[in-house]
Write a protein that binds this ligand. Structure first.
Ligand code: NAP
Length: 314
């Protein structure tokens, strides 16, 4: 049996760790179930652990490496008394008080819970992805586009996200090839028109990325024609995967209100979920902005909501 806590925070990306800093400074001694290092979905530190340089986080004019930034968040939370468990929540029971969070065989109880389990970008499932993520391979144009000034790059996907990323990337890249596995886009008409009329975007239809070339840095990709099966090489210094995201909410199914897409639903302008005392923040409830700074901001909101809610209970 685990201990009882005033606040359990599940997830340790920018949202969870900001919630930890704020609740720790409110003397609530948060207990952070931070995730599992071996996983690409539940890794401690969240998605920034998969990036290299972060140049858009305010306060770091020279930029900072993603893992270092998250290390600093954690250090700051620990300084004020947050404690950490390197594991993932395997089951939650929010039907009765105290709230219960299972971590494999152990049960931790709490007066309030902050859910900040984040989201993950869907990946192609290629072996080389893990090696090259942050080294030419990216899942975030807003974060990494700047590094590809004057370079030839490619984007995979045929939905609104892929078009949005490709269009944004034309600000930096000399050429963006949009690679789609079919011969028509899923994206909305207006987005399609935007991409097809952009002189810097070239379409590559009926093509699947089947391998990534490069040991320490991406140098090119292998494409397989989905109709004829023929393969070809394309030299690019950047590849952006934009085939959708998935929130990490499996463990909350049937417990917390969520959209059909799995994103948690919170009351407007707050982090309140449908369960009193359970709050949600960061990418697990945000499919629009998905930035470290917006996640951190919503982590702060969750901490303040939890603190005020706890105070109102006594
Ligand atoms: P999406 O609409 O699900 O599109 C995913 C795209 O990736 C599809 O074209 C799909 O191909 C392709 N894909 C999926 N798995 C793949 C794989 N393994 N290999 C290669 N291609 C693969 O996802 P999204 O674009 O992220 O959009 C999600 C939602 O957010 C949508 O409702 C979208 O409208 C919305 N959104 C809106 C905006 C905007 O309005 N500004 C911007 C971004 C997103 P197929 O087409 O062949 O299935």
């Amino acid at each position: 049996m685990g201990q009882h806590h005033k606040v359990i925070i599940i997830g340790s990306g920018p949202a969870g760790l900001t919630a930890a800093i704020y609740t720790a400074r409110a003397n609530l001694a948060p207990f952070v179930i931070e995730g599992e290092p071996s996983s690409t979905s539940d890794q401690p530190g969240g998605q920034l652990m998969l990036t290299t340089e972060v140049e858009n986080f305010p306060g770091f004019p020279e930029g900072i490496m993603g893992p270092e930034l998250m290390g600093r968040f954690k250090e700051q939370a620990a300084r004020f008394g947050a404690t950490f468990l390197t594991a993932k929540a395997t089951k939650v029971e929010f039907g009765e008080r105290p709230l219960r969070v299972h971590v494999y065989g152990d049960v931790h109880t709490a007066d309030s819970v902050i859910v900040s389990t984040g989201a993950q970008s869907l990946m192609l499932g290629l072996e080389a992805e893990e090696r090259l993520i942050g080294h030419g391979l990216s899942t975030c144009a807003t974060c990494d586009g700047f590094f590809f000034r004057g370079k030839e790059i490619a984007v995979v996907g045929g939905g609104d996200s892929a078009i949005e990323e490709a269009t944004f990337l034309t600000k930096f890249a000399s050429k963006v090839t949009l690679i789609h596995r079919r011969d028509s886009l899923r994206a909305s008409k207006i987005m399609q028109d935007r991409a097809l009329s952009n002189p810097k975007i070239e379409m590559r239809w009926n093509s699947a990325v089947t391998d990534l070339i490069g040991t320490e840095q991406l140098e090119g990709i292998m494409l397989t024609d989905t109709v004829t099966g023929t393969t070809s090489r394309m030299d690019v210094s950047g590849l952006f995967i934009a085939i959708g995201h998935r929130p990490n909410t499996d463990v909350f199914k049937g417990v917390l209100d969520m959209e059909d897409s799995g994103y948690l639903v919170t009351r407007p302008d707050s982090t309140y979920t449908n369960i009193p005392g359970v709050f949600a923040c960061g990418d697990v409830k945000d499919h629009v902005y998905r930035q470290a700074i917006t996640a951190a901001g919503s982590g702060c909101m969750a901490a303040i909501d939890a603190e005020r809610w706890l105070e109102a209970q006594h």
